[in-house]
Ligand binder design. Structure first.
Ligand SMILES: [Zn+2]
Length: 502
């Protein structure tokens, strides 16, 4: 797809507000909120790959004082996948996270079996159980105190500790759906060997930790009420607890969880897109503007800032749903490319376009106060009003500004320069339109059809005759479109230069 087509699609998308050239072209993520508005609001992200495959469920933050797990899970909510799927619950137990406590009413990871007490934990577990049934594998991401070791070494490193281990409730289990015997130990050990290749200190190597939860003599009977046990024996999918040692630095714990998640994704043929492509439509939220060095004011997208003629306006910052590639253009004033952080004298009413790369993402407007005067005059922010006014072209002929209406004729003599600075389209952001001087290519490398801001030097044979009426090179026109719909024209009558020999 060439740039022109992309740009055109973008313009159409802005206008129609639907089927965007931005947004998920391939991979897709959905975000579902359960118990919205309550303290135990539960956010679930389903990341679908372009190619089908297995679904891995990541549960983070089931106990609020284990950030290594939920901070790692959180990163996967923004993933894009080539194949397979992820279901990510970064913060299963948000109230416990806010209080940095293992539990609020009851331990949420002990409510997957008989549950006699109904509380918010019950409600969340109900959703988690549904998600387990949607999945092919579960990772419950934890931090454990001490370090697991098959042999007793000391009170912090022994078989009853959890840290630095991948836990399963059994060595193998028979999936009753497929009759397949799944070797949980082999799965875990494959992942562990990859994880350990990233860990320098052998004392911190991960180990497989078989809780043998169903056996009578297990030392982990309480795990029969856990999410992994439910997943294994009720939903009958492989399930693991990933435990990093609580005492380690946070970053190290998060990384270990990432290695574990990546390892299991690889096992399940869940393939990430690297880098992930997430082209959401760029959208301005607000600009922070200072007038004459005043206290900065927030001007929301579409709002109008009333200033006095020749006030100095500086855009200090803006909020867009992207962080990079941002610039602002004070139309017709300031510098050619980027006016961010520059004090610009406002000689005329205009607008400030926020841009992400070359895509306009919203405007704020600078109007002159009708009754300006006096040192008490302060800039005022007002809402954009739907005005029932006709469209206006702001043009420059030989660098002299003027405004002309829709369907007007502009007379030029060969040798004149002509520029369309902008259009004024009451109630609608002028960025949503394309203003195209037919027969003139403003930017020959990328012909977007957009000619605002380009200077047409009629003395330099930059106009293509075949686009003029009757192909005589006398009568050209500017066409303004919104999406596929033409909304206005401006006629350019070009007369030969007879007054002067050249
Ligand atoms: Zn835990």
């Amino acid at each position: 797809m060439n740039l022109c087509v992309k740009y055109c699609l973008f313009m159409v998308a802005v206008v129609l507000g639907s089927c965007s050239a931005w947004g998920p072209a391939v991979a897709q993520t959905t975000h579902t909120v359960f118990y919205e508005g309550s303290e135990n609001e539960l956010h679930v992200y389903r990341v679908y790959g372009t190619k089908p495959g297995k679904t891995l469920l990541l549960i983070g933050g089931i106990q609020g004082d284990e950030p290594g797990g939920f901070l790692a899970a959180d990163l996967y909510a923004d993933f894009s996948l080539e194949a397979g799927n992820l279901i990510v619950v970064p913060r299963a137990n948000f109230p416990s996270i806010l209080q940095q406590k293992r539990k609020v009413n009851e331990d949420m990871n002990r409510k997957f079996a008989d549950d006699n007490v109904v509380n918010y934990e019950t409600k969340v577990v109900k959703v988690l159980k549904q998600l387990i049934h949607e999945s092919d594998c579960l990772l419950n991401l934890h931090e454990g105190s001490g370090i697991y070791s098959e042999q007793w070494e000391d009170s912090m490193r022994n078989p009853s500790r959890f840290g630095q281990s991948i836990i399963a409730d059994a060595k193998v289990f028979e999936c009753s759906k497929t009759g397949e015997v799944i070797d949980l130990e082999a799965m875990a050990k494959t992942v562990i060997s990859k994880m350990n290749s990233h860990i320098k200190d052998p004392a911190l190597f991960f180990h497989f930790n078989n809780h043998m939860t169903r056996k009578e003599d297990t030392i982990h009977q309480e795990q029969r009420k856990s999410a992994t046990y439910y997943a294994l024996y009720t939903a009958k999918i492989p399930a693991f607890g990933v435990e990093s040692a609580k005492a380690l630095p946070l970053e190290q714990k998060v990384r270990q969880h990432i290695y574990a998640i990546n390892g299991f994704m690889e096992l399940l043929n869940i393939v990430p897109e690297t880098p992930g492509v997430d082209l959401k439509e760029p959208e301005l939220k607000y600009m922070i503007i200072s007038v004459n060095g005043s206290v900065p004011m927030v001007v929301m997208k579409g709002q109008r800032l009333q200033v006095k003629p020749n006030d100095s306006v500086e855009v200090l910052d803006m909020e867009v749903n992207y962080e990079r590639g941002l610039s602002v253009d004070i139309v017709g004033l300031g510098s050619r490319l980027n006016d961010m952080g520059k004090k610009v004298r406002i000689e005329q009413e205009t607008r400030i376009i926020g841009k992400k790369d070359f895509y306009p993402c919203g405007s704020v407007y600078l109007d002159f106060k009708p009754d300006a005067g006096g040192p008490w005059d302060r800039p005022i922010v007002s809402e954009s009003v739907e005005k029932d006014a006709p469209m206006i072209y702001r043009i420059k002929v030989n660098n002299v500004r003027q405004e002309v209406g829709n369907d007007d004729h502009v007379e030029l003599i060969v040798g004149d320069t002509f520029e369309i600075e902008d259009i004024v389209t009451p109630g609608i952001d002028p960025s949503n339109f394309t203003v195209n001087f037919k027969g003139f290519v403003g930017n020959s490398s990328v012909n977007t059809g957009e000619d605002r801001g380009c200077v047409v030097d009629t003395g330099k044979k930059v106009l293509m005759k075949r686009y003029s009426m009757h192909q005589k090179g006398r009568h050209y026109y500017v066409v303004t479109t919104r999406g596929d719909t033409e909304v206005g024209r401006l006629y350019i009558d070009l007369k030969p230069n007879t007054g002067q020999e050249r």
